[in-house]
Ligand binder design. Structure first.
Ligand code: ATP
Ligand code: MG
Ligand code: MG
Length: 350
């Protein structure tokens, strides 16, 4: 059968590998770190850095299509890989989403609402941005942030210097604080034929910047649900996207505001594993291999809870819980803030 190359060996790469196996594909994971979670289930693993051109070329030559579980792949590595095999989702989605500033401009150009924002490179720039945007605000590094890392809240001007120190000299973006009532996300898919299908929006609760739970269905009026799905479709079409994308939204009285997009399967889509006939991982594999998209209709209400760090101590009791599906990532070392697994609780029959 065909082989799918996956850049990144974390839990997302692992669950992509499992889904690919179920459809009869082989997987080859490329990961710089030792003993990656995806390595336990992939058919083949290459342990090498993204600066190792020979290893990248050999990896690309061994697969039929290349996909990824994270968006921060260096551009030079992408050039090497793309010389050999197609990368799906494509380069444009990566270019746009690797930098929060580029992403915000892209969303605004599409006519979508975002938080007010301004680029910040130094203290002077931060003061100008605060004049424009006001407080409260959030300063974020433009690149490489995840799980709320590389962010600093600015409640008043007195916080400005400390927030800038937190950026450690990296280019940043100041965002006005959005007074949202709650957060939702749309996990959207686009096939190689241009067909778009969205999973039901999920409602997300974050704790300390890390996703804690996703519940479906989200609290949304019918018109908001329609808006959420339509705007996700617009983003995918604009990027000529092939694969699954996570679109994070703030719900406000004035409408939906796009927080950020992730050009990959997304933590807030893990509920689909136990709420739909075809989950986000299979949907992504289908899209990048040119299969038709599958049926992502929600058949059950689900609450997904992330198991973070010491939450792993609860596994013995979770294993006995009715209507609870455990998904563990096989990570040997428990660390505070580290995503170790998740549990999908089926709330009722849909
Ligand atoms: P992820 O792990 O989802 O990639 P991230 O590190 O990229 O997270 P964001 O999604 O930008 O971070 O922010 C994390 C959380 O912080 C958001 O889900 C939201 O709760 C809060 N937040 C971020 N930006 C804003 C904003 N402009 N206004 C209000 N809350 C915000
Ligand atoms: Mg993010
Ligand atoms: Mg986010």
């Amino acid at each position: 059968g065909a082989t799918i190359g996956i850049l990144g060996g974390g839990q997302l790469g692992r669950m992509l590998s499992v889904a690919a196996s179920r459809l009869g594909f082989m997987t080859h994971v490329f990961e710089p770190g030792a003993a990656p979670p995806a390595g336990q289930v992939a058919h083949r693993v290459t342990t090498a850095g993204y600066d190792d051109t020979a290893a990248l070329a050999a990896f690309a030559g061994s697969v039929d299509v290349i996909t990824y579980e994270f968006e921060n792949i260096p551009t030079a590595a992408l050039d090497t890989l793309e010389a050999h095999r197609p990368i799906r989702p494509g380069r444009e989605a990566l270019r746009v989403s690797q930098d929060r500033l580029t992403e915000k401009r892209f969303l605004r150009d599409l006519g979508l609402a975002t938080a007010p924002y301004a680029a910040v490179d130094d203290a002077e720039g931060l003061h100008a941005a605060l004049d424009e945007i006001g407080t409260p605000a959030i300063l974020k590094t433009r690149r490489f942030g995840y799980d709320g890392k590389g962010q600093a809240r600015i409640t008043s001007r007195d916080d400005a210097a400390a927030a800038l120190d937190d950026m450690a000299g990296a280019p940043a973006i100041l965002e006005g604080f959005v007074a949202f009532s709650h957060e939702v996300s749309v996990i959207a898919a686009r096939g190689s034929d241009g067909q778009v299908a969205c999973f039901d929006p999920g409602e997300n609760v974050h704790e300390g910047g890390i996703l804690r739970t996703t519940a479906v269905p989200a609290r949304l009026a019918g018109s908001q649900r329609m808006d959420a799905v339509l705007l996700a479709g617009r983003i995918l079409n604009a990027l000529d996207y092939v694969g699954v994308m996570g679109v994070e939204l703030f719900v406000t009285p004035k409408g939906l505001i796009v927080n950020e997009i992730a050009p990959r399967v997304h933590n807030s889509g893990h509920w689909t594993q136990n709420g739909c006939a075809v989950d986000q991982f299979e949907q992504h594999i289908r899209a990048v291999t040119g299969w038709p998209l599958g049926d992502g209709t929600r058949h059950s209400d689900v609450v997904m809870e992330n198991l973070i760090g010491a939450d792993m101590d609860r596994v013995p009791e979770l294993a006995r819980e009715p209507r609870a599906a455990l998904h563990l990532y096989g990570k040997a070392e428990v660390k505070p803030g580290r995503k170790m697994g998740h549990v999908n609780r089926i709330v009722q029959d849909g």
